[in-house]
Design a protein around this ligand. Structure first.
Ligand code: PGA
Length: 268
């Protein structure tokens, strides 16, 4: 993808560590199992120097897994939050509560939440609500099909524009952007994406964000790729996908496979 203006100027600082995020979604169904899976991941992740591991379990398990944390190489994240701090919002969890529970990352705007009706405007409010309590939003964006290039690029542009509207320049560095093409996510995935497809889209995303926020503001921007990441393709996405880390769904619940992904990231 070639841009006539400016994209060559986009400089992105190399990150010290690869960020590997596990999204457990609505799994497993017992606290006991959650602990078992987490212990194996903790063991694999806690010795790695070049990898930061973030496990995002269902809210209910955060408190008990928190007691198993032993250092900063493996930490806990959340899968969603609400934009209000406290009050009459049945069923919701706030950034203040997450911070209280030691959580420092939250996945926002995941395609499975968007499929249930979450809008860019709601995602935008959630992103903005993160900063007061120092929670890092992992903002998921991704197109559902790749039929027509102009359409899907416009879709991505709109998702970014609306989800990040009104964000101050200084805040964009604190947001992690996860590119997750919906057609490559989950059991229903049509096919795996290629590292080249990821890289192209990451360049496009950085171009859009540099137009919004300025080239300088996005120098430290961190990006992830997500969608059918497995031990076989993890290294390839990290090497050639233009990203600083990975967002892993299914394989983050299989501690052996997740450990192999962590190892692939460590060995790059
Ligand atoms: P998957 O899910 O790895 O199972 O495709 C990724 C995600 O939904 O974040």
């Amino acid at each position: 993808m070639v841009f006539a203006d400016g994209s060559a100027k986009i400089k992105v600082m190399p990150k010290e560590k690869k960020l590997i995020v596990g999204n457990w979604k609505m799994n497993p169904t017992s606290n006991r199992e959650a602990k078992q899976i987490f212990m194996v991941i903790r063991k694999a992740g806690s010795t790695l120097r070049n990898v930061q591991t973030v496990v995002c379990p269902p809210f209910l398990y955060i408190e008990s897994l928190r007691h198993l944390l032993t250092g900063h190489r493996v930490v806990l994240g959340a899968q969603d939050m609400f934009w209000k701090e406290e009050g009459s919002y049945t069923g919701e969890i706030s950034s203040k509560m997450l911070a209280e529970s030691g959580v420092r990352h939250v996945i926002l705007g995941h395609s499975e939440r968007r499929a249930l009706g979450e809008t860019n405007e709601e995602v935008n409010r959630k992103v903005k609500a993160c900063f007061k309590y120092n929670i890092t939003p992992i903002l998921c964006i991704g197109e559902s099909t790749r039929d027509n290039e102009r359409n899907y690029l416009n879709f991505i542009r709109e998702e970014l524009e609306e989800s990040l509207a009104g964000l101050p320049k200084t805040a964009i560095q604190k947001v992690i952007i996860a590119y997750e093409p919906i057609w490559a996510v989950g059991k229903e995935a049509k096919r795996e994406a290629t590292p080249e497809e990821s890289q192209e889209m990451i360049i496009f995303i950085k171009k859009i964000l540099s137009d919004f926020f300025g080239v300088k503001a996005i120098e430290g921007l961190q990006t992830l790729y997500g969608g059918s990441v497995n031990p076989k393709n993890a290294g390839e996405f990290l090497k050639d996908g233009g990203v600083d880390g990975l967002l892993v769904g299914r394989d983050s619940l299989d501690p052996k496979r997740f450990s192999l992904i962590l190892r692939a990231a460590e060995e790059l």
